[in-house]
Design a protein around this ligand. Structure first.
Ligand SMILES: NC(=O)c1ccc[n+]([C@@H]2O[C@H](COP(=O)([O-])OP(=O)(O)OC[C@H]3O[C@@H](n4cnc5c(N)ncnc54)[C@H](OP(=O)(O)O)[C@@H]3O)[C@@H](O)[C@H]2O)c1
Length: 330
């Protein structure tokens, strides 16, 4: 195996970028050279990574001229749209965390536990799904394989870290009693905002449509019936989701729980009588997806409700991107 891969991280100073560096430190990837990029604001700042000091470089149109094997983009859609094609034109394979290319027919949208083979048809860019989608589709795929999903209803309770550094600042300021907002249209402290990303003509928010369309693409099922309501809540980190699922086939509830418990990347936390169920504070800083409160939905023939929690910055972004990188290297 080549041990001399060169990796660029674009947006290395952001919430996801910092976690990308943390996850890279935890894993043993055969990478010999790292270059960290951000905007002019952070250029020339020093960051300690892998026990070495790295100086942040300003991203420019010539940044990729020196040649990279791979780049992880975590700097937002506009940066990805402008610079990812430049990186690809210089022979670099890009793993993009923004929503810019996710629904592009020529770009695979990958969750390694589900559709790792899609990586093979990449044309230079591989998209990392939205954080709220990733944590939902991992358990859903397991259940789809066994019981065939007919319909999904998503209701999310999403942490402020999902909106980047400014989202976190808004909640911190709210806690301090400062009502100013940098990111959200209303104070997030003491509020639940049924508004994530922009609203579209069909009345849904873009986040809701991302969950619907990305789920279909990852599960390779364009016809899957899905609806979603996405809500920002005053939680610092980790998204929680109530997922209602209707199946074609009948199931035994204990067998269904055991199937989830035995699946890669999933931890079953389902003992409500002892107050055991997934919590944001427990999922924080973990790579796994936590599933619990699994119960039959008696309003339909074959359905369940479940509660799914994961660290949106780890499995929802950084960890998933690095799992894709690991597959690419293999
Ligand atoms: N937060 C999540 O849960 C999550 C989950 C999945 C996907 N994502 C996606 O990941 C991306 C980053 O999100 P985040 O939460 O980490 O945001 P963030 O905390 O706001 O960080 C943004 C990063 O982008 C850099 N950047 C901004 N303008 C730039 C420019 N002109 N050139 C180069 N770098 C630039 C910033 O550098 P400076 O320090 O110089 O400003 C910073 O490193 C977004 O596309 C987001 O949608 C986020």
């Amino acid at each position: 195996m080549n041990n001399n891969y060169k990796l660029a991280i674009v947006g290395a100073t952001g919430l996801v970028g910092q976690t990308v560096l943390k996850v890279l430190e935890e894993r043993n990837l055969p990478i010999s050279e790292y270059v960290l990029f951000a905007s002019e604001k952070s250029a020339d700042k020093n960051i300690t990574f892998m026990n070495k000091t790295y100086t942040i470089r300003k991203l420019t149109e010539s940044s990729f001229d020196e040649g990279f094997d791979f780049a992880i983009f975590v700097a937002g859609g506009e940066i990805s749209i402008k610079y990812a094609p430049i990186a690809v034109s210089k022979g670099c394979v890009v793993i993009d965390n923004s929503s810019a290319f996710r629904m592009d027919k020529n770009v695979p949208l990958v969750v390694p536990e589900i559709n790792p083979d899609d990586i093979e048809w990449n044309q230079g860019i591989i998209a990392n799904p939205n954080c709220s989608t990733i944590q939902a589709v991992v358990p859903l795929n397991v259940l789809d394989q066994k019981y065939k999903i007919k319909r999904i209803v998503y209701s999310t309770y999403q942490a402020v870290s999902g909106a980047g550094q400014n989202g976190v600042e808004d909640l911190k300021n709210g806690i301090k009693g400062t009502p100013t907002t940098k990111k959200f249209p209303h104070p997030i402290f003491n509020n639940c905002l049924p508004h994530i990303d922009v609203f579209l003509e069909n009345g849904y928010s873009k986040e809701e449509m991302k969950m619907i369309n990305e789920t279909r693409k990852i599960l390779h099922n364009d016809k899957l019936l899905i609806t979603a309501t996405t809500v920002r809540v005053p939680v610092m980190n980790c998204h929680s989701e109530s997922i209602n699922v209707e199946f074609e086939n009948d199931f035994d509830i204990n067998e269904l729980k055991q199937t989830l418990a035995n699946s890669s990347g999933i931890v079953l936390q389902d003992d409500p009588t002892n107050n055991v169920y997934p919590l944001a504070t427990l999922a924080n800083d973990h790579n796994e997806i936590f599933v619990g409160r699994i119960r039959r939905d008696y309003s339909v023939k074959h359905g369940i409700n479940m509660w799914v929690v994961a660290d949106n910055i780890r499995k929802g972004a950084a960890t998933n991107a690095i799992q894709i990188l690991e597959k690419l290297i293999k």
